[in-house]
Write a protein that binds this ligand. Structure first.
Ligand code: 5GP
Length: 187
């Protein structure tokens, strides 16, 4: 595996509500040769989410079995649930020389930095904390308790944003996409 191939492993991290999902979806539409890793999680599906497309929704027992069987490249606990990256598809993409994007939280991004130091790690920042809270509330699918948890985690994540190779503020969508494209496709 060459460093060049590992440069095609892209980690995108940023607080809940920052718009990572929208950014990544637009990116995938514009560049179909980019692949997104589908994570496993123990959280409940949101309305409209499809198993095997948005996430693999697992029971706690099955997730813990996947950890024990070393099927996950990294995993973390976030707001009371497990999230993890299935290992095999990522390794397959890297070995084929394809781009693969991981959209994961801070602890997972730190793990990937240890396993694959050559991966490009990008942190997406909100224009402000107030704007972030408004976006989390607009989503309308999180309870007050979950909103509070997500905001408190967001503040810790933002404080660690300088650990990442690149920081992009998601203020204007087109501008943020253009910056992401530069990061991904430049050598
Ligand atoms: P959500 O519940 O909003 O879909 O995701 C919550 C957080 O978990 C987000 O920050 C998201 O990036 C992160 N996440 C999603 N999949 C994974 C994963 O496979 N590993 C890790 N470490 N975090 C993940």
């Amino acid at each position: 595996m060459s460093a060049n191939q590992l440069g095609k492993l892209i980690v995108i991290t940023g607080p809940s509500g920052v718009g990572k999902g929208t950014l990544v979806n637009l990116l995938l539409q514009a560049h179909p040769h980019l692949k997104l890793s589908i994570s496993a999680t123990t959280r409940q599906p949101r309305p409209g989410e499809v198993a095997g497309v948005n996430y693999f929704f697992l029971s706690k027992k099955d997730f813990e079995a996947a950890i024990l069987n070393r099927e996950l490249l990294e995993w973390a606990e976030y707001a009371g649930n497990y999230y993890g990256t299935p290992k095999a598809p990522v390794i397959e993409q890297i070995n084929s020389g394809n781009y693969i994007i991981l959209e994961i939280e801070l602890e997972g991004a730190r793990s990937i930095a240890n396993i694959f130091p050559e991966a490009k790690r990008v942190f997406i920042l909100p224009p402000s904390i107030d704007e972030l809270e408004a976006r989390i509330r607009d989503r309308g699918t999180n309870s007050e308790e979950s909103i509070a948890k997500r905001l408190s985690i967001a503040k810790k994540e933002i404080a660690a944003s300088n650990e990442f190779d690149f920081q992009i503020v998601n203020d204007d969508l087109d501008n943020a996409i253009a910056q992401l494209e530069t990061v991904i496709f430049k050598d």
